[in-house]
Design a protein around this ligand. Structure first.
Ligand code: ADP
Length: 465
């Protein structure tokens, strides 16, 4: 499987997980919302039934007849109801209608029971078949054979007529009877079904959108990994290429030495010098690669120490003065009077500044100048290495800190450059939580600026890796 396929598969897997998790969360919250909505509707419905039953109870209380056979009076009070064992008059006159009843006769029904739990009267629209004996459970949900559902409330009906009955009798007959108010759940069920469809539709839509979003998000998440993988591959290829050339020329030189006829043996020392140079170059390259790896992997967990930048700049200006003089370059330094310390690794800071000065000397033609200056700015120290050299084209300036980047390939190679100097410099600066920038103009020169935090009395005491 090639890397593209591998990344595609990983992206797919990541997208599937994203979709699964997001879909799960979405459907769970959707379910909770739907549940809350249904519950709220149900509570409102029960409250409505209960309030109708209460109103009816209060209106009936003073009118209920005390007699044991109240059917005649009931007919007058409830012209809308059918009286048990009597023909049901379904069309009461408008005057009768106003006697007592509920305005919404299509949705609601009433049933009246005496205190022996015998059915006395009922609305003609009560669901069939409802038993004629009482089930005193307060709330019931019933379902007819056709599948229509009803919700029913049962309450005790008191009569004002019993208020004068002696206590014992009142104990025996605590109530006049029972009132049942029910309503059809057709509208509620229709709403429930509508909610269900909305939920299913919304869920499918959310799932589709989640899948698309997951695919895009996983692409975004994989991008830096893919780029880093590509950079790694490029680095391996570059490293192999850099190692191959000196190795090939080293092998060729050794072969030439071996084939040299004995009469030309005086050439051997010169050829061995070349082998030595190539060996040095290889070992320098490997050392640079290892240093870069250790800097980037953060494996050198050495304790940081206060390092004097004044000393580092002064030492390196002195050390490299000879190299500068060889190519007729004027190397000078400008140091502040006060001592500037930063917390870090001295050897790494030496390497950083020496790389910058060496580059400035290397890329400045004879007769030019290189100035290294150190200055404090608030809580930061800035080291600038300014040369009057060949400069770097604007479009290359962002690339020069990459590993094996060479603007002037031939010149860099000839002078022993590995193309890793600035990458190492940047890695050291980052390890010291600093910044490195470049300003350059072709044929005018370059200025490399390093900004590092000055060590304070407080952080001098803190361990830092
Ligand atoms: P090298 O070993 O090739 O010098 P570096 O990483 O140090 O590698 O530098 C990368 C490239 O940046 C060099 O090849 C060179 O083209 C360019 N460069 C670095 N410093 C300077 C400078 N002071 N002036 C001009 N070009 C520079």
């Amino acid at each position: 499987m090639n890397s593209r396929q591998l990344f595609r598969r990983s992206r797919l897997r990541l997208a599937a997980w994203y979709a699964l998790v997001m879909g799960g969360i979405l459907s769970l919250s959707g379910l909770c919302m739907a549940r809350a909505l249904v519950q709220a509707n149900w509570v409102a419905l029960e409250r409505e039934i209960e309030s109708i039953a209460g109103t009816l109870h209060d209106s009936l209380e003073p009118m209920l007849p005390p007699s044991k056979a109240p059917t005649d009076l009931l007919q007058q009070i409830f012209p809308d109801l059918c009286i048990v064992e009597q023909p049901c008059e379904l069309n009461p006159s408008p005057i009768q209608r106003h006697t007592i009843g509920i305005s919404d006769r299509t949705n609601y029904y009433i049933r009246l029971f005496d205190n022996q739990e015998n059915l006395l009267a009922f609305s003609p629209n009560q669901p069939e078949p409802l038993p004629s004996n009482l089930n005193p459970t307060t709330w019931q949900t019933l379902q007819t054979k056709e599948g229509n559902r009803y919700h029913q409330f049962t309450t005790i009906l008191h009569s004002a007529a019993y208020a004068h009955v002696p206590e014992e009798a009142a104990y025996e007959h605590p109530s006049w009877g029972y009132l049942q108010v029910g309503r059809t759940l057709a509208a509620f069920d229709a709403e429930l079904q509508r909610l269900q469809w909305i939920f299913i539709g919304g869920f499918l839509l959310a799932l589709g959108l989640t899948a698309i979003a997951s695919w895009l998000l996983s692409g975004l998440a994989m991008q830096p990994i893919y780029q880093s993988y590509q950079r790694q591959q490029q680095f391996t290829a570059n490293a192999a290429h850099e190692l191959r050339s000196p190795l090939a020329s080293l092998l060729a030189t050794v072969e030439a030495i071996l084939r040299l006829p004995p009469e030309q043996s005086e050439q051997v020392p010169a050829l061995l010098k070349t082998v030595e140079r190539q060996g040095h170059r290889l070992s320098q390259l490997v050392a640079d690669l290892l240093l870069l790896a250790s800097l980037e992997e953060d494996t050198t967990a050495k304790l940081a120490q206060p390092c004097s930048l004044n000393d580092i700049v002064a030492d390196l200006t002195e050390e490299l003065a000879e190299l500068a003089a060889m190519t007729d370059i004027n190397l000078s330094s400008q140091l502040p009077d006060l001592e500037i310390h930063v917390m870090g690794h001295e050897s790494q800071l030496y390497r950083l500044v020496s790389n910058l000065i060496a580059n400035a000397i290397q890329y400045t033609p004879s007769g030019g100048s290189v100035v290294v200056s150190l200055a404090p700015h608030d809580r930061f120290a800035t080291i600038t290495v300014k040369d009057t050299g060949i400069g770097i084209p604007a479009k290359e300036q962002s690339r020069i800190f990459e590993r094996f980047c060479r603007v002037n390939g031939d010149r860099s190679r000839k002078s022993g450059g590995t193309g890793l100097g600035l990458a190492i410099a940047r890695a050291i600066v980052h390890r010291h939580q600093g910044q490195i920038t470049v300003k350059s103009e072709v044929d005018q020169g370059s200025v490399f600026t390093v900004r590092l935090g000055i060590a304070t009395e407080k952080n001098k005491k803190q361990p830092w890796t």
